[in-house]
Design a binder for this molecule. Structure first.
Ligand SMILES: *[C@@H]1O[C@H](CO)[C@@H](O)[C@H](O)[C@H]1NC(C)=O
Ligand SMILES: *[C@@H]1O[C@H](CO)[C@@H](O)[C@H](O)[C@H]1NC(C)=O
Ligand SMILES: *[C@@H]1O[C@H](CO)[C@@H](O)[C@H](O)[C@H]1NC(C)=O
Ligand SMILES: *[C@@H]1O[C@H](CO)[C@@H](O)[C@H](O)[C@H]1NC(C)=O
Ligand SMILES: *[C@@H]1O[C@H](CO)[C@@H](O)[C@H](O)[C@H]1NC(C)=O
Ligand SMILES: *[C@@H]1O[C@H](CO)[C@@H](O)[C@H](O)[C@H]1NC(C)=O
Ligand SMILES: *[C@@H]1O[C@H](CO)[C@@H](O)[C@H](O)[C@H]1NC(C)=O
Ligand SMILES: *[C@@H]1O[C@H](CO)[C@@H](O)[C@H](O)[C@H]1NC(C)=O
Ligand SMILES: *[C@@H]1O[C@H](CO)[C@@H](O)[C@H](O)[C@H]1NC(C)=O
Length: 896
């Protein structure tokens, strides 16, 4: 139902005192679309129940909260100052300080705006989803009800020509409370405690637009470029609707531009009374500039604009879009595993699962920094499980060359299928739910269709949609000329006929598994495509922990290893405590004797765990049963949490980050813990000449007393986008008595001065952890015998000499780069696990996010290493580096 029922306006309603914020005319010409800039917000419990009255200009809302455009109820209360983040996040405050009595009932959003009504024009109200459903009132009359305006992704365009009036207008939205099991919303499953309002409210923009007789929907763009083609036809399609009761003729004009490349398109049209039609314009683009994922090239984006004119006057302007020319292929290999290729090159997605803000607040700078951290990690993909955010997320990913895997979420309304026994029986789709699902898919497709960053859409998560829902999703995507892969689910429990098998496994782990797990060839190990898996790590460092944990909480971390912790996953989940993780930590690294000791051991364990996961998937991309991709569980948390993240809520990277950064290096050598082989990894583009060629690999093994157990230099030829086994060091590794350090250095070997491409140090025990594969469950595989790293506790102190200087000539003045030189002066002991923390010396707080070339490093006896760290500081800071580690004296160095 695209056209709301028109009701003839009687005469203007009485106007009270000039309404707040109603003085600026927000619309004045056809083709304009403006966002409602903000709202007055109040719970129905504290407002008049007479919407006729509230939805009239001048209604008294003096006791309401003033909030910005996209705000759930809870986000609004925070913005209004009732709560603040530092307070809410601290300890278990979320359980105590929020008045929950206002969250089982609807919330009212109200705004007044001024329009200059022109009798020949049409006006529209556009929604992009309201949680969980809403009634909409304008100027004392109801425009839509909650049956129609339903779902977090239910976007609709309502004609409001007969509702608006010249001068002040009032809009009221009554957003209904949310039950994740019964409503189409955005739930958090077992990720974290639920926000007190379950995300209820106007979380996305609401817009008003003005048009002439003909109105345009968002455009969709298709092209037929494939590798090898030097030209492509680009087709811009847009639905045009005539809102008049007579035939209207006009012209559609389009432009596709990038620098000096420009294509002008045009077409005339004729639309019968109230007719909606797809208008389509095609142009040929010679020598298209191709869009690549970051690691493989540039991200040229063409701007596309479309304007409809009637009688030489603008009737409507479609929202401009940026497109990228690129070609995604996907299918199943001989093992039934999902594979991808971009622009003809095999693409190995290495990514993380996205956590939005718990209160669905959107902050472009914050998300951009997260994406910069992802690229800094060497990763290329972000999976959105049911949290599609806003168009800006996709714009950013397009610009940055990061692939996005959007899709629907698991475990609640979204998976109300009869065969889903993980939700209560009353969670089942009825006709109206299918209707909502259809509008949700149509709307999200309209938002995503033009974005080159979109890799595939997953129409299911743990469960697959039934045949009826799958057809609805596929048809909706087709309606929007979707050209990307559509995948049935993020698991392999079953599939709808129309889509076939997902080829994507969801077999865990989510909790701790040791490094050799990834080479075990079973369950979640590195083969095929893992849609969500990780070793349950991501422990923040102390400066972050102190922001959200009390003294008692901090003590619990190391004195109560099995205790349920509020800042883990939700208390109904399998991940409410750290007992599996801590059991491994206690056994593998020894019982901690202080919080500091616990955190150091945790970082050591997190580092080796994530490094092995990414090395596993990268090194086995050409194995007999290839690893075809992995999404780490998760990229980040929706709040300050203790696990499942590359970097913490405050964007401070720690062990899981630096382990990943090594494991995901584009050119790298790695050690296979299971069969003791060395792999040469190359994830670079085969189109770049220098990525090919001769490499040298230096392998060194020393024991805890610095005795050389093994030294070897190898030559090998690297092949782009290919991983190969280049050595087996099982014999040499067998010399390890207790614990030893293995260093692998990869250099380009053409010049006299080798350029180090990757340097990587492992600590290895005489015996690996032993996994009980047969006892694997959905979230981990038990360890029956632990690797013994306890002697690392008694390493002799190493003498570390350090020097920090500030580098001159940063391109970007707001970015500062420091160079840190480390030298281990000891001849008889490695300096193990040196943690460098970038701090502001005047506050002793960490500067986030720091972009380190490498960190949490281990230096062999007499080895030196130069690292850099870059950071943005628009405020005056006194940067300094705090250094600590297993066997060095903790100290702070300021730039010379
Ligand atoms: C609601 O307000 C309108 C306009 O002030 C009034 O006409 C109507 O009687 C009110 N309805 C109720 C139920 O009070
Ligand atoms: C608006 O309502 C408040 C109480 O909620 C009252 O104090 C104030 O006088 C009212 N203002 C007008 C103009 O009626
Ligand atoms: C947060 O709120 C608490 C009390 O509600 C207050 O003591 C504290 O100063 C506030 N902090 C900030 C940063 O506003
Ligand atoms: C949030 O949703 C859950 C179901 O997932 C429900 O039990 C709970 O009552 C809801 N909370 C509110 C405030 O509506
Ligand atoms: C574009 O389409 C036209 C008309 O179908 C065709 O003649 C031309 O070869 C196409 N160009 C490319 C690059 O495919
Ligand atoms: C067409 O609409 C105009 C005003 O919008 C109205 O005056 C006219 O009666 C309508 N014509 C028909 C045939 O409905
Ligand atoms: C465009 O309009 C046609 C004709 O009404 C309709 O079948 C199609 O679904 C519309 N497409 C979109 C993307 O809305
Ligand atoms: C080591 O394991 C990898 C992958 O599991 C396999 O490809 C390789 O053949 C194995 N090598 C040896 C020597 O067993
Ligand atoms: C672990 O290694 C240490 C040091 O070599 C040794 O003392 C200890 O007995 C070992 N623990 C186990 C359980 O084997």
């Amino acid at each position: 139902m695209r056209h709301a029922i028109s009701i003839i306006v009687a005469t203007a309603v009485a106007i009270f005192a000039v309404g707040i914020g109603a003085t600026n005319t927000i619309l004045s010409s056809a083709g304009q679309t403006v966002k409602i800039p903000g709202w007055d917000l109040q719970s129905v419990l504290h407002a008049s129940s007479n919407l006729t009255e509230l939805a009239r200009p001048g209604a008294n809302v003096s006791n309401w909260y003033r909030v910005s455009a996209r705000t759930t109820a809870m986000a609004g209360l925070i913005e209004a100052g009732l709560y603040n983040d530092s307070d809410l996040w601290f300890s278990d405050n979320l359980n105590h300080i929020v008045d929950r009595s206002v969250f089982g009932t609807p919330w009212l959003y109200r705004e007044e705006f001024t329009v200059d009504i022109s009798p020949t024009q049409h006006y529209f109200l556009i929604t992009h989803g309201i949680t969980s459903k809403a009634d909409i009132w304008i100027n004392g009359k109801q425009l839509a009800d909650k049956e129609h305006q339903a779902g977090s992704y239910g976007g609709h365009k309502y004609e409001v020509t007969d509702y608006l009036q010249s001068g002040a207008n009032a809009l009221v939205i009554r957003a209904y409370e949310t039950n994740y099991l019964l409503d189409s919303a955005m739930g958090f499953v077992d990720w974290n405690p639920y926000p007190p309002d379950n995300g209820t409210g106007v979380w996305r923009d609401v817009e008003i637009s003005q048009t002439g007789p003909v109105t345009l929907a968002p455009m969709r763009v298709i092209h037929d470029w494939m590798p090898g083609k030097s030209a492509t036809n680009i087709t811009v399609k847009v639905n045009a609707t005539n809102f008049e009761n007579r035939t209207v003729d006009g012209t559609l004009a389009g432009k596709i531009t990038l620098g000096s490349q420009q294509i002008a398109l045009s077409q005339s049209f004729s639309l019968g009374e109230y007719e909606e039609k797809t208008l389509s314009m095609t142009g040929e683009l010679r020598d298209p500039q191709i869009w690549w994922p970051k690691l493989w090239g540039h991200q040229p984006l063409y701007t596309v604009t479309v304007t409809a004119r009637v009688n030489d006057a603008i009737s409507d302007v479609a929202e401009p879009r940026k497109i990228g020319i690129r070609y995604v292929e996907s299918g199943l290999n001989q093992f039934g595993d999902r594979t991808f290729a971009i622009n003809g090159q095999r693409f190995l997605p290495l990514g993380g699962g996205y956590g939005p803000d718990m209160f669905m607040r959107w902050d472009s700078d914050y998300v951009r920094k997260k994406f910069e951290l992802m690229l800094d990690l060497g990763l290329n993909t972000v999976r959105l499980e049911g949290k599609q955010e806003h168009p800006e997320l996709f714009d950013m990913a397009d610009e940055m060359g990061l692939m996005i895997m959007p899709g629907w979420e698991c475990c609640d309304w979204w998976e109300g299928w009869t065969y889903n026994t993980d939700v209560p029986d009353y969670v089942r789709f009825d006709d109206h739910d299918y209707w909502i699902a259809n509008y949700s898919m149509l709307h999200e497709a309209s938002m995503m269709q033009t974005h080159p960053s979109v890799l595939a859409f997953l129409v299911g998560s743990d469960y697959w949609p039934n045949d009826r829902a799958a057809s609805i999703y596929v048809d909706a995507l087709k309606t929007w000329d979707w050209q990307n892969p559509v995948i049935a689910s993020a698991g392999e429990l079953g599939y709808p006929e129309i889509l076939g098998s997902s080829g994507v496994k969801m077999d865990g782990p989510y909790d701790y598994v040791p490094p050799n797990y990834w080479y075990g060839g079973q369950v979640g190990a590195a083969f095929g495509f893992g849609s969500e898996e990780g070793p349950g790590v991501g422990t923040p460092e102390i400066r972050s922990l102190e922001k959200f944990l009390s003294e008692d909480d901090l003590n619990d971390l190391w004195t109560q290893p099995d205790k349920g912790l509020f800042h883990m996953s939700s208390n109904v989940s399998s991940f409410y405590d750290r007992s599996i993780y801590n059991d491994a930590l206690w056994h593998r690294y020894g019982s901690p004797n202080s919080l500091q000791d616990y955190l150091l051991k945790a970082q050591i364990m997190d580092y080796e765990a994530t490094r092995a996961e990414f090395e596993g998937f990268a090194s086995l991309q050409d194995a007999p049963r290839p690893a075809t991709g992995v999404i780490y569980w998760m990229m980040n948390g929706a709040w300050p949490n203790l696990h499942w993240q590359f970097f913490d809520y405050y964007l401070n990277p720690a062990g899981s980050y630096f382990g990943t950064k090594v494991g995901a290096r584009p050119e790298h050598v790695s050690f296979n813990y299971e069969n003791k082989t060395i792999s040469l990894i190359n994830r670079l583009s085969s189109l770049v000449e220098e990525d090919n060629g001769s490499r040298s690999i230096t392998i060194d093994l020393v024991d805890t007393a610095g005795h050389v157990l093994f030294h070897k230099r190898l030559q090998a030829t690297t092949r782009p986008n290919y991983s190969q086994v280049i050595a087996n060091i099982a014999q040499d590794i067998s010399k390890i008595q207790d614990v030893a350090f293995l260093r692998l250095v990869l250099s380009s070997s053409d010049s006299e001065y080798d350029e180090v491409l990757s340097r990587n140090v492992y600590w290895l025990a005489a015996q690996n952890d032993v996994l009980q594969w047969d006892d694997s469950n959905w979230y981990y595989t038990p360890i029956v015998s632990y690797a013994n790293y306890t002697s690392l506790q008694s390493l002799r102190k190493a003498k570390l000499v350090t020097d920090v200087i500030e580098l001159e000539g940063s391109l970007n003045k707001s970015t500062t780069t420091l160079q840190v030189e480390l030298k281990n002066h000891s001849t008889d002991v490695p300096a193990f696990f040196i943690r460098l923390v970038l701090i502001d010396a005047s506050t002793n707080k960490s500067i986030n996010p720091p972009f380190w070339s490498d960190n949490y490093v281990t230096l062999f006896p007499e080895e030196s290493l130069i690292l850099t760290v870059s950071f943005e500081a628009s405020w005056p800071v006194n940067p300094a580096i705090e250094m600590s580690g297993r066997n060095i004296v903790t100290h702070t160095v300021v730039p010379a």
